[in-house]
Design a protein around this ligand. Structure first.
Ligand code: DAH
Length: 347
């Protein structure tokens, strides 16, 4: 009896001790099988009851049942405690601090070309110029012919042209073809209504393409902004005053400006227009655009009588203006989509 008793008490004690150290459900199940399962240690001991003398059985049975109940109760309690622990661990993991500042979403910014285009069009818009756009896939007729650049004319060498369908469809090499398109459309419309051709003031921003080896100052795709004014009695003084005001708008009021003779087939005379201001390249003279008085043949081909009308035109590269204004040394930064470059201009 005593031995048996000791076995049951020992199992009970050992079981409770082991149980208190258990912290995961698998170990808990192993413990249950080990003590209370069909082949468990305590179940075994209970089975041994039958070998005891009859008079000892009731007390031994009592002790064994007490031990069993104690272990079962301890098991239930431990299970509950572990479940509780797991739950609070889950809650802890899901805990949300609603007072934490949010992660700001990445904000986009305007491309430097867009920034400059907006400054340019805003300025000319203020002078009453319309902003119009034209096709990037252009007819050779408008890209060259109507601009007084006949086929086989050496001036075509100025433009390394990409042909979409040779010889008549090209990627426009400049925005100047819109001079011809706008004048042609306006003069035809006026003629249909038996009206004199109207004056024109337009600026034309847009992409241009050239078959060009890329380097720090050349891209095969770039933007231009064309300007065209046609009216009665325009002079080069109007052109110069307009461009000087434009230069002040873009580079500040102390900018100096200069015309020098240059050649473009669609203007006569033609000039290059340069600026000088202390804050840009130490005041060096820098060419920013080409310009001139619209060639009489260009006026005539587009339906404007050169004896009654004249005009001026100019064409500039916004990337070049951005490069001068922001101190950018390599044009390839504009369209290679490197955020380290682009983010410097995000406003
Ligand atoms: N289209 C010329 C070019 O791409 C730029 C230009 C020069 C435009 C003189 C003009 C102009 O309107 O008058 O090189």
């Amino acid at each position: 009896m005593h031995d048996w008793r000791r076995t049951v008490d020992g199992l009970r004690e050992q079981g409770l001790r082991e149980l208190s150290a258990i912290s995961d459900p698998q170990a808990l199940e192993r413990w249950r099988v080990g003590y209370l399962g069909r082949r468990g240690a305590l179940t075994d001991a209970l089975r041994g009851l039958s070998r005891l003398p009859a008079e000892e059985r009731p007390a031994a049975g009592q002790a064994a049942n007490d031990a069993k109940r104690a272990l079962e109760a301890a098991l239930a309690e431990r299970e509950g405690a572990l479940r509780e622990q797991a739950l609070s661990r889950d809650l802890e993991e899901e805990r949300l601090d609603v007072t934490m500042p949010g992660r700001p979403p990445a904000r986009g910014g305007l491309h430097p070309t867009t920034l400059i285009l907006r400054q340019i069009t805003a300025f000319f818009g203020g002078l009453g110029y319309q902003v119009v756009e034209g096709p990037e896939v252009e007819l050779e007729k408008y890209n060259f012919e109507m601009l007084n650049i006949p086929r086989d004319h050496p001036a075509r060498d100025m433009f390394d042209t990409m042909y979409v369908r040779p010889p008549e469809v090209v990627l426009r090499t400049h925005t100047s073809p819109m001079q011809a398109r706008v004048m042609e459309a306006r003069s035809e419309e006026a003629r249909a209504q038996h009206l004199p051709a109207p004056p024109v003031r337009v600026v034309v921003p847009g992409r241009c393409y050239r078959y060009e080896a890329q380097d720090a100052t050349h891209e095969w795709m770039f933007y231009q902004v064309e300007g065209l004014a046609v009216d009665v009695g325009l002079t080069m003084a109007d052109l110069k005053g307009t461009l000087a005001a434009f230069a002040r708008h873009m580079f500040g009021s102390d900018v100096k400006t200069r015309f020098r003779c240059d050649y473009f087939p669609f203007v006569e005379p033609g000039v290059d227009f340069s600026i000088s201001t202390p804050s840009v390249r130490g005041g060096a003279w820098l060419e920013i655009l080409g310009a001139g008085m619209v060639h009489p043949r260009v006026l005539r081909m587009a339906g404007y009588d050169p004896d009654a009308y004249n005009g001026f035109a100019f064409g500039m590269g916004p990337e070049r203006i951005a490069m001068l204004k922001y101190g950018i040394s390599d044009i390839r930064g504009f369209y290679s989509n490197d955020l380290r470059f682009l983010e410097q201009f995000a406003s």
